[in-house]
Design a protein around this ligand. Structure first.
Ligand code: FES
Ligand code: FES
Length: 265
């Protein structure tokens, strides 16, 4: 039986709600991320620090003042409030300084960081959660689909992780702490040529499978900028299309390859 998803939202406990909601999203610096202490108190474990540098240069007759502002995320120990530059440093600190606080340690162990399409996320994930579920339901990347109900058979949940296409439904979210990921949303934002060539060559009908094909094709072009028809067929073999658009993917990928080779976008 496929794994269970979308449990009745009315049945969710306050603890579960806070766990899932206290998780967060950001730009270059992440927003707030919370964990729960044993007594149910929420503790913030991230904070955004803004640093402003002002440089004044003077030349005869002129004075120029320039201001640069940088934001960064600090990770804060929920017990002693000490600040760290990374989640790993915070976890190491907690293990050495607060080894008896098992409940908070368990909560901290569930926290992971991802970079998705250039955005940083700090998330609490459960051991059984898949990357597909977390990226879709907690980060909001709806391009990840689920055509085969999580059986690893269709490729519609494909996401690029550290340059390689992987099936999000077959990957446990916890195993990707610190990973860099790309989804179709990121490729559309960057105006990757595949987006236009997929439209131009009528590579979709209902479009449900399309994001999975596009990210797989993108990973292929990154690894092999000049793929043959056989290369394309081979790499896209794990992506299924119920509408039967298969022949159209070949020219779409080939044209995107040409555009990229000419240095175009
Ligand atoms: S939903 Fe992952 S392969 Fe089908
Ligand atoms: S375009 Fe409909 S499933 Fe592929």
């Amino acid at each position: 039986m496929p794994h269970e998803r979308n449990k009745d939202p009315k049945n969710i406990s306050r603890r579960q709600f806070l766990r899932d909601a206290g998780i967060v999203v950001g730009g270059t610096a992440v927003g707030s991320a919370f964990i729960l202490t044993a007594c149910g108190e929420e503790k913030e474990i991230t904070k955004t620090v803004t640093k402003t540098d002002t440089v004044t240069t003077t030349a005869p007759g002129t004075t120029v003042t320039q201001t640069a502002t940088e934001t960064a995320t600090k990770y804060v120990c929920p017990v002693c409030n000490e600040e760290f530059d990374s989640l790993d440093e915070l976890k190491n600190h907690f293990e050495s300084e607060h080894p008896d606080d098992k409940e908070i340690k368990d909560e901290l162990d569930r926290v992971v960081t991802y970079t998705v399409n250039g955005h940083q996320y700090v998330l609490q994930v459960d051991p059984q959660e898949t990357l597909h579920d977390v990226l879709r339901e907690k980060c909001g990347y709806l391009s990840l689909k689920d055509m085969c109900t999580g059986w690893g058979a269709c490729g519609s949940c494909t996401v690029i992780v550290e340059g390689k296409p992987i099936l999000g439904c077959m990957a446990l979210a916890r195993e990707f702490d610190g990973a860099n990921m790309e989804t179709s949303e990121g490729l559309a934002q960057k105006k990757h040529p595949l987006i236009d060539t997929y439209v131009k060559h009528y590579t979709m009908q209902c479009g449900y499978c399309t994001p999975g094909f596009i990210v797989t094709s993108k990973a292929l072009l990154d690894m092999n900028p000049n793929p043959t028809v056989e290369d394309i067929r081979d790499k896209l073999a794990g992506n299924l299309c119920r509408c039967g658009t298969y022949p159209q993917h070949i020219p779409a990928v080939q044209e995107a390859a040409e555009i990229l080779q000419q240095g175009g976008e």
